[in-house]
Design a protein around this ligand. Structure first.
Ligand SMILES: [Fe+2]
Length: 158
């Protein structure tokens, strides 16, 4: 293992496992966002279709950054559909929901991954792995913003 970033092996292993769970969860969030982008219907279709495209592009970058962080810590990145679906902390959403339920389901995916990120940041903080911590904090902020934008579709206009 070629790690030379001065973090002990035990902490590296812990952080690797935290990142694996996040990678799997981001993957399912990515699929859920694609599903909503393609399948959502309703009078706000045009605007939410474009918003969801921006959001899945952002998640794609987060997936890449998370996988590359795993490499920076000195590990190989497992790439397996079934492993990701098994390890993720969030569930797939159905493609046959109406507008409101699609947005609600996607909001729930964001809430779940935000909770996972909060727990993960607390774990990473104990190891002085500031690079991983910074990645997770910026990911958390990005997801909180996406959740705000989606949730606004569930609010009544003033
Ligand atoms: Fe598209």
């Amino acid at each position: 293992m070629g790690n030379n970033i001065s973090i002990n092996k035990e902490d590296l292993n812990k952080n690797y496992n935290v990142l694996l769970k996040l990678l799997a969860s981001e993957y399912v969030l990515y699929l859920n966002t694609l599903s909503a982008h393609w399948n959502i219907t309703g009078s706000s279709f045009a605007s939410i279709h474009v918003l969801l495209e921006k959001q899945y592009e952002s998640i794609k970058n987060i997936i890449d950054d998370t996988a590359e962080r795993i490499r920076i810590l000195g590990y190989k990145v497992p790439v397996s559909n079934s492993k990701y679906l098994h390890d993720a902390e969030i569930n797939n959403i159905s493609e046959s929901l109406n507008f409101i339920d699609t947005v609600k389901s996607l909001c729930k995916s964001y809430e779940d991954i935000i909770n996972l990120l909060r727990q993960s940041i607390k774990e990473i903080e104990k190891t002085d792995d500031f690079g991983t911590e910074d990645l997770l904090v910026s990911t958390l902020k990005e997801h909180e913003k996406s959740l705000w934008m989606l949730d606004s579709h569930l609010q009544k206009s003033a």
